[in-house]
Design a protein around this ligand. Structure first.
Ligand SMILES: [Zn+2]
Length: 312
């Protein structure tokens, strides 16, 4: 078992910001921060983040004196938090028209899906940009009240939307949807499957959303039974780590689950194929169209690497 003290956080987690919860209810402070030239705006445009177009991808932040005029045009904003002396604020620039291809705000930058460059980013930048994207997505989906249909307004520095209907006034908070992801193994081999829509050769651990009324362990056992027909003992499902996956709004909760070797019954609606793989096969992954491991920034990859480390 890897020493948990030495385990690095999963990608897109732990960006290191002080989320400044106690400042969210102070609009005057937020206005002052928005006007301060040291504040960095984190632009999001139609779920894409802004990147410097240099050899190694870097986040392109905008200073308020550089992009203050964009605040007026933004669909919304959210205080992300503070790091040392700098305030980070996400800005949804979706209303801006965009020439195709390569919508750009500045000559040195372009909007891109973070997943195209994710593993190449510095850890904290990946986590910060994913957080910004997740917040802006939530705002874009909650402009109207789910109870009465009236428009909502953004409050608490972008961390609350409240219905404007005086007879309703329902509060809506940013949400994240729990999903379980599990490496199933028999001690010697682990189970990996693939979906037909994935890139050629890519295999991964099984995963699925938690349903109401389920514990996380219940969800792990149900998904494994549905996808490959294996019965899990709930007592042999062990939590490993978690990862925000705001693409668009999930929190991945990672588990290892030990089973006795058994025949797989792959459900064709869920998976194209599934099979057992030894540690040696994974360590020698050819990374080609026949077999490749899940992407380096995914918790699936971390679950596999943790399991490989246990066997050393
Ligand atoms: Zn309402």
């Amino acid at each position: 078992m890897p020493d948990p003290d030495l385990r690095r956080p999963n990608f897109y987690a732990s960006c290191g910001l002080d989320r400044a919860h106690d400042r969210r209810g102070d609009p005057a402070w937020l206005a002052e921060r928005l006007a301060d030239p040291s504040t960095l705006l984190v632009p999001v445009w139609r779920q894409r983040n802004l990147f410097l177009q240099v050899e190694a991808p870097r986040a392109r932040f905008l200073r308020s004196d550089e992009a203050g005029h964009l605040i007026e045009q933004a669909a919304g904003l959210a205080l992300l938090g503070l790091h040392e002396e700098t305030t980070y604020i996400a800005l949804d620039l979706t209303p801006l028209a965009a020439p195709e291809p390569g919508p750009s705000l500045t000559e040195d930058s372009a909007f891109q899906d973070i997943r195209a460059v994710g593993p190449l980013l510095a850890h904290w930048e990946g986590a910060l940009l994913a957080y910004a994207r997740g917040m802006m997505y939530w705002h874009s989906r909650h402009r109207f009240c789910g109870l009465c249909g009236h428009p909502t307004e953004s409050l608490e520095a972008g961390h609350l939307r409240r219905c404007r209907n005086p007879d309703c006034r329902s509060s809506h908070f940013p949400r994240t949807d729990p999903a379980v992801i599990m490496l199933v193994h028999d001690g010697e081999r682990c189970l990996m499957g693939r979906q037909a829509v994935w890139p050629p050769g890519m295999h991964s651990t099984l995963a699925g959303f938690v349903e109401p009324g389920e514990s996380l362990e219940d969800a792990v056992a149900r998904e494994v039974a549905e996808e490959v027909g294996l019965r899990l003992d709930l007592r042999r499902i062990a939590y490993q780590s978690s990862q925000p996956w705001p693409f668009p709004s999930s929190l991945m909760l990672g588990f290892h689950a030990r089973v006795e070797p058994a025949e797989l019954r792959v459900h064709p609606d869920e998976l194209e194929s599934a099979d057992w793989f030894s540690r040696a096969e994974l360590l020698n992954s050819p990374e080609n169209e026949r077999f490749r491991l899940p992407r380096a920034d995914s918790i699936a990859r971390c679950l596999i690497e943790d399991w490989l480390a246990e066997g050393r």
